[in-house]
Design a protein around this ligand. Structure first.
Ligand code: ZDP
Length: 271
């Protein structure tokens, strides 16, 4: 028996489990079941609260298919608020697969210093480009040529700007991008339409979770890609299917993401 809380950030939803005492992590099979919307609780991922030797606390995030991701932007806002509800704090240092990130918890929103974007192909990783930056490079998927801009926020993202997002068949294209040979660790893929000055509309196919209503790291990658392509400044609003995120790429090269996080319900897992 384990207590859990269900949280969502921009409709990206997570089961959060506090394992600071027993440090227990479920195996992939159980994570798949927990995330299943018919046979389980239903979530885009499972997040564990764990002790850290280098920060206040450690976060581990598993996708709905049981694979582990390095980082999770919507999840870390939920994670921070989950902790702040129990033990009020304004700032938290969180150990993640993308390093130690600082989170600021306000009454109505959470702001995360998401660190610096990684642009070198080898480090994202994207194969076949050496250590170049990948800005508007061609990729062939499903017999069509797309222009991709690639960014890692600790986890890999491939950002595609399109004229009309409504015309994109995410369910068909997403899985093909995810496992394309150019992406040795697979990829999250964002399709983005510039809808106003510094306003970007984005839909995502998440590695390991499929179509979700939002992706925090994806929104950061999208803002970076928009700026690199001269489609936006350094301060953007990203409109996702499940809500809005504000992204600020500051002078010191750090990306700050601000958005909401809400508790949905609590329960106990007994399977
Ligand atoms: O990198 C991955 O495998 C993602 N699916 C992890 C989850 C990212 C997330 N959507 C976010 O908000 O950054 C939770």
């Amino acid at each position: 028996m384990k207590n859990f809380e269900k949280w969502q950030g921009c409709g990206n939803d997570f089961v959060i489990i506090d394992s600071r005492e027993d440090k227990k992590i479920f195996d992939a099979e159980k994570i798949i079941k927990i995330c299943d919307r018919h046979f389980g609780i239903g979530a885009d991922g499972v997040i564990y609260v764990l002790p850290s030797e280098v920060a206040d606390v450690r976060m581990r995030i598993f996708n709905a298919d049981g694979t582990e991701a390095e980082m999770c932007g919507n999840g870390i806002r939920c994670f921070a608020k989950f902790l702040a509800e129990k033990n009020p704090v304004e700032n938290l240092k969180v150990e993640t697969g993308a390093g130690i990130l600082t989170v600021k918890i306000d009454k109505n929103s959470v702001t995360v210093d998401m660190g610096e974007p990684i642009l070198e192909a080898e480090k994202i990783p994207v194969a076949g480009f050496g250590n170049k930056k990948i800005i508007a490079e061609e990729i062939e998927v499903a017999g069509k040529i797309f222009k991709m801009t690639c960014v890692s926020m600790g986890n890999p993202h491939c950002v595609i700007f399109v004229d009309d997002l409504e015309k994109i068949n995410l369910a068909e294209l997403g899985p093909k991008f995810e496992v394309h040979e150019k992406f040795p660790r697979h990829t999250n893929t964002e399709f983005v339409q510039v809808v106003g000055e510094n306003i970007l509309r984005m839909r995502v196919w998440e590695r390991g979770s499929g179509i979700t209503l939002a992706c925090g790291t994806g929104a950061c990658a999208t803002a970076v890609a928009a700026n690199l392509n001269n489609f936006a400044g350094k301060n953007c609003t990203v409109q996702l299917d499940g809500g809005i995120l504000k992204i600020d790429w500051r002078e010191d090269n750090h990306i700050f993401m601000t958005g909401a996080a809400e508790k949905v319900f609590t329960g106990q897992i007994d399977f």
